[in-house]
Design a protein around this ligand. Structure first.
Ligand code: ZN
Length: 335
């Protein structure tokens, strides 16, 4: 179901404004009604709709007002502003917007609740991997702190690119020669911005688990406040899932051959460049030690974000999309 359909179902939106109960006949209001509230927003694709305030067919987009008597009237928002005044207008618009926001929260969470299984299945299958990856990164950092910090800082600074530097000389004659540092990209690793989260995966997974647990309880005891809290949690949950996905693909990329060997060679070159007497040093291959800790053949989980999105949240109910629906009240001003 699309959010627009849900709004229609909740009677917060209509594209058929004339088909509403207790709609007043097409006669201009003679006096200002005692009490009014905004019942819903209407949009008519083809026809301009009769306005009970200006008494003519002028607005394609507008508002249905509910009077104290239970009668309904139609009007454009500019007409309403002049007729009812700014205070009434902003109070009514605020109430309708709040009602629409509550509907959005309910809609979003019910959609998630109805198709929570893929996310649960993901967590059941891959939780051990997420925990293992986090522990392994912590272990790698702990055991090889200096070289790993240097490597990770380098990757973060260079957007995931591993650069090899060499000094080259330019200029024809020996007196005019100038040295400069030349960089070559030897490999690139995806999602380098996830480096800062590699050792904080379990707390993100816990956040998602808490959200899922809360969503499941909403099936039995729904309240507006609950929906609103969960809707707030949803965005954080999505972000946590995005970060977990990024960390897992960084890890997958990092340990892929021949990349891991290239990384090992880069680290070794850095180490040797710091040493005075290279000859007596034996070669050290950190890549081998990293692989030993992370384990080879770590299964690469599918995307967690995709399993969250398999809830078929309409048009990927980006909250951006939804808030434009909520702001429909202000938009219909163009009517
Ligand atoms: Zn009007």
């Amino acid at each position: 179901m699309h959010f627009r359909d849900y709004l229609r179902h909740e009677r917060l939106f209509t594209d058929d404004p004339y088909q509403q109960e207790q709609l007043r006949p097409k006669i201009r209001l003679s006096e200002r009604p005692q009490a009014v509230m905004f019942d819903n927003v209407y949009r008519s694709a083809k026809h301009k709709i009769f306005c009970h305030i200006c008494g003519s067919h002028r607005h394609k987009n507008g508002i249905t007002g509910l009077l104290g008597s239970g009668d309904r009237i139609l009007f454009g928002s500019t007409c309403a502003k002049e007729f009812f005044g700014n205070d009434v207008m902003s109070r009514c618009a605020g109430e309708l917007r709040a009602k629409t926001k509550r509907a959005l929260d309910r809609f979003l969470i019910l959609e998630v609740a109805n198709s929570i299984e893929p996310v649960e299945a993901w967590i059941n299958s891959y939780k051990p991997i997420v925990f293992h990856v986090e522990r392994a990164w912590a272990d790698i950092h702990l055991r090889y702190e200096a070289p790993v910090t240097e490597l990770m800082n380098h990757l973060q600074r260079n957007k995931g690119r591993l650069l090899q530097s060499e000094i080259k000389s330019v200029g024809g004659s020996a007196t005019r020669q100038r040295d400069f540092e030349h960089h070559t990209i030897i490999t690139t690793i995806a999602e380098p911005e996830s480096i800062r989260n590699l050792r904080q995966l379990s707390q993100r997974l816990t956040l998602i688990e808490q959200f899922i647990y809360a969503v499941k309880t909403v099936r039995t005891q729904p309240s507006d406040q609950m929906f609103s809290n969960l809707s707030g949690m949803y965005l954080k949950t999505m972000n946590a899932a995005i970060e977990i996905d990024a960390c897992l693909s960084f890890t997958r990329d990092f340990f892929q051959q021949p990349r891991i060997t290239i990384i090992g060679a880069w680290l070794e070159e850095k180490r040797r460049s710091r040493l005075v007497d290279v000859k007596v040093m034996t070669r050290q291959d950190l890549s081998y030690k990293f692989v030993k800790i992370m384990g080879s053949g770590v299964e690469a989980p599918p995307s967690l974000v995709t399993s969250l999105n398999s809830t078929e949240i309409p048009e990927k109910l980006s909250l951006r999309n939804a808030s434009s629906q909520i702001d429909i009240v202000s938009h219909c001003r163009r009517g």
